[in-house]
Design a protein around this ligand. Structure first.
Ligand SMILES: [Zn+2]
Length: 278
């Protein structure tokens, strides 16, 4: 078995640290989203409370309106009583008719006011229903919030334990890396949006920034005699991921070459030879 080169050991240590750091990043990301979810629910509940307060205010002014309308009816009734008193000592028929008209007018006003009261009463009932329905939804959402909060607290606690474990592991893995290399690793990670300082070459491209890695650099990476970094993003290359399927594709394609294609190929070859001969 071949001995790993010193560079291979350094890269391996970096890969192991990156592994832990990526897990930590993921954990912190999840934890970071949780308070937001609770916040969303709290905002929703606040919205319902605002709506209920608004409905109640509207209902209160409708109640006031109904009271005013009922008072108006009482005033009309009082007037009618007064006019009826006056009816008793009228001096002539003209006065009698005039008072009778007044009474009639008051009765008409009463009927109109009664209709207005019924309308208001209907609006009050509808408002009351809105208050009740929104309150029911609010109570439901409050229960959801309680459940969510409990669930989230559990997850946060769990992720905190996991984080502490990972931090301990990180300490251990960090010790296998020279100070200056660790500093560059941290610097690259800070600038990398995905938090990856160590990547593989995948399909001839940097696994961090996806720029093409030239073949000679890929050879250097595989040899592990020196530390190779991406010339575009500065990430450290750990290895080159093997690309399979290429060979398979070629053989299956061979088989599927049609007669027509063969002829075209031969014709091209002949033309190339002819042009060379000129
Ligand atoms: Zn790159």
């Amino acid at each position: 078995m071949e001995q790993p080169t010193p560079v291979a050991k350094r890269i391996d240590a970096l890969v192991k640290l990156q592994e832990v750091d990526s897990k930590l990043d993921e954990l912190r990301k999840i934890k970071g989203d949780l308070p937001e979810e609770v916040q969303d629910l709290e905002d929703e509940i606040e919205g319902y409370q605002t709506r209920i307060t608004k409905f109640e205010t509207e209902k209160k002014s409708l109640d006031d309106l109904a009271a005013t309308q009922n008072n108006a009816i009482k005033d009309h009734q009082k007037l009618i009583v007064k006019y009826e008193e006056q009816h008793k000592d009228v001096r002539n028929d003209r006065e009698f008719q005039a008072i009778a008209r007044e009474i009639e007018n008051q009765q008409l006003d009463i009927r109109l006011a009664e209709k207005a009261v019924r309308d208001t009463q209907y609006k009050i009932e509808r408002k009351q229903k809105q208050v009740e329905e929104t309150t029911a939804t609010l109570e439901e959402r409050k229960k959801d919030l309680d459940n969510k909060k409990n669930e989230l607290e559990g997850i946060v606690k769990e992720s905190e334990e996991e984080e502490a474990k990972l931090m301990k592991e990180r300490e251990k893995r960090m010790k296998n890396i020279a100070d200056n290399l660790y500093l560059s690793y941290e610097r690259i990670r800070e600038n990398a949006r995905n938090g990856l300082a160590v990547v593989n070459v995948k399909r001839n491209a940097c696994g961090g920034c996806f720029n093409i890695v030239p073949p000679q650099r890929q050879v250097d990476i595989k040899e592990k005699k020196k530390l190779v970094v991406c010339e575009h993003c500065g990430r450290v290359f750990a290895d080159v991921e093997a690309v399979e399927v290429v060979e398979k594709k070629r053989t299956t394609r061979r088989k599927r070459v049609t007669k027509k294609e063969k002829e075209a190929e031969e014709k091209a070859k002949a033309e190339k030879a002819a042009s060379k001969g000129k």
